[in-house]
Structures are given as structure tokens and as C-alpha cells.
Design a protein around this ligand. Structure first.
Ligand SMILES: C[S@@+](CC[C@H](N)C(=O)[O-])C[C@H]1O[C@@H](n2cnc3c(N)ncnc32)[C@H](O)[C@@H]1O
Length: 251
């Protein structure tokens, strides 16, 4: 079973979101266990205060190292003999990608995700107990919860058994460096817009080619950075590129 423990000031909100739908069922079936922990429960003061003023001055408050450590230590004590891989969600971290989700799902079976709040957390906790810092993107959130939920969700769906079949995620955007083709469902015509004819043809080989072509066009147009990294040297891709060029009047 894959374990994810999340240290947060909002355990109920985080727990509720991550126990819905696919991830909820995966936990019922024991493929996955996501636990949330209230950092305030690990303070020694009556007010359950977890933050204090920043040394050096400035606005806001910083989450203190000790409640974080006590909470982290409590989680670790439940898994004797292993040190869970500990991640601090932070705008100063490396930007999270699908490759990170794959790595975290494949290389570990237990993650601790630490959510900061206010101005962030005391650097000494990071230095001593955090293995990596992950950012959701180049923007600042009020807390690490949304980022932790995103990481937990993206990793969990790659854990064997959580989705019915690896095909469920292997054909999706970012798995092979491309964006996914457009998707359609019933009815075949909606608001005078018909589904592309090929998709109702029943010709699976042609459908696969059409999807690959759409995926290449989409990746090229929306994410030239990803497109530039693709290896399109196969005969099949070269043929599709020629078709695309012809359709766009470039050949
Ligand atoms: C207001 S932010 C602190 C920002 C920090 N003072 C800075 O300038 O880097 C509070 C918390 O939200 C979380 N957070 C904010 N932006 C994030 C992002 N882009 N990715 C992941 N976590 C983020 C972190 O856990 C952080 O401790």
C-alpha cells in the first residue's frame, strides 16, 4: 500500500477532497492510505500557536520549527525503520511535472507532504528533515494545501491498482511529452457540432493515427517547448508530419 501523510493546518478540508471518487475508492480497497495531520496538535502552548514573528523583522509570521518537527516525528514513529520521503510544498521549490509524479510513485511508497502557511516555515526544519521542495508553479498561494492535494492526487493515480489499467494514464497528456488529442462523447451531434467522422468509423488504426496527429498539432501550437523535445523520427510520425504540412498548405 502507498502511504501519503499530509501535515497541514486544515486537515479536514484536505482529507475531504482526497477521499472523494477514485482516490476514496482506492483507499477503501487498500491500494492507498492518505492521512492528514493537524500541526496545531503538536504545539506545547495552550493557544495552539504554531507561528511567530520573523527574525530580522518584516510583516507576517513564520511557522515554527518545533511543532512541525513534533508532527513529523509522530508520523515517522508510526512507520518504524523507514524514513518517509519528506516534501515541503513551496514556491521556492522545483516546479512539479508529470515526470515528478512518476518518479515519486515509482521510487517511494511513503511520502510526507508539509504544507506551509503565513510567510512560510522555519528554514531549520527544511534543512534538517525535508528531502525536496516542490512548487506548483510560478505564483504564490496562501498555503501549501492546494499544492499538496495536487501532488497527492497526481502521484496516487499512478499507484498500481488505483486506476483500473495503466492505459488510463499512459495515453494522457504529458506521459510521452505530448498533449492529449481532443475527446468527444455522445451525442454525435451537439449544438450543430458533429463529432469528427473518423471517431465513429470503427477503424481503430485510423483513429489512432488521427489522435496522434491531433496530439502533435496541439503540442506544437500550445507548447512549443514540449514539441521541441519530441523525437518524431519514426516513419509513422514522419508520415503524419507530411500530412499535417499538406493539410496546412505548407507542402
Ligand atoms: C504565502 S506562502 C509563503 C511565500 C513565501 N513567503 C515566499 O515568498 O516564497 C505560504 C505557503 O503557501 C505554500 N505555497 C505558496 N505558493 C506555493 C506554490 N507555488 N507551490 C507550492 N506551495 C506554495 C507554501 O507551503 C508556503 O509556505
Amino acid at each position: 500500500m502507498y502511504h501519503i501523510d499530509i501535515m497541514t493546518l486544515f486537515p479536514d478540508t484536505v482529507g475531504d477532497v482526497l477521499s472523494e471518487s477514485i482516490l476514496g475508492r482506492a483507499q477503501e480497497r487498500d491500494y492507498l492510505r492518505i492521512n492528514t495531520h493537524q500541526i496545531r496538535d503538536y504545539t506545547l502552548n495552550k493557544q495552539k500557536q504554531v507561528d511567530d514573528y520573523p527574525y530580522g523583522g518584516g510583516r507576517g509570521a513564520v511557522m515554527q520549527a518545533d511543532p512541525l518537527y513534533q508532527c513529523w516525528q509522530h508520523i515517522c514513529s508510526q512507520y518504524p525503520g523507514v524514513r518517509p520521503h519528506t516534501i515541503y510544498l513551496s514556491p521556492c521549490g522545483k516546479t512539479f511535472t508529470q515526470a515528478d509524479a512518476r518518479r515519486l510513485a515509482a521510487e517511494y511508497d511513503h511520502l510526507i507532504l508539509v504544507c506551509g502557511h503565513y510567510e512560510g516555515i522555519d528554514q531549520r526544519f527544511i534543512d534538517a528533515y525535508v528531502d525536496e521542495e516542490i512548487s506548483l508553479g510560478d505564483f504564490v498561494l496562501t498555503g501549501g494545501e492546494i499544492a499538496a492535494m495536487a501532488v497527492a492526487d497526481a502521484v496516487s493515480r499512478l499507484v498500481p491498482g488505483v486506476l483500473p489499467d495503466p492505459e488510463c494514464f499512459e495515453n494522457e497528456s504529458h506521459w510521452d511529452g505530448t498533449l492529449e488529442h481532443p475527446q468527444y462523447s455522445r451525442p454525435a451531434v451537439w449544438h450543430d457540432m458533429a463529432v469528427p467522422e473518423i471517431l465513429t468509423s470503427g477503424n481503430h488504426a485510423k483513429i489512432a493515427q488521427w489522435r496522434r496527429k491531433q496530439s502533435l498539432i496541439r503540442t506544437r501550437d500550445r507548447r512549443p517547448d514540449l514539441y521541441a523535445k519530441l523525437d518524431l523520427s519514426s516513419k509513422a510520425d514522419q508520415k503524419l508530419l507530411q500530412e499535417i504540412a499538406a493539410e496546412e498548405g505548407r507542402a
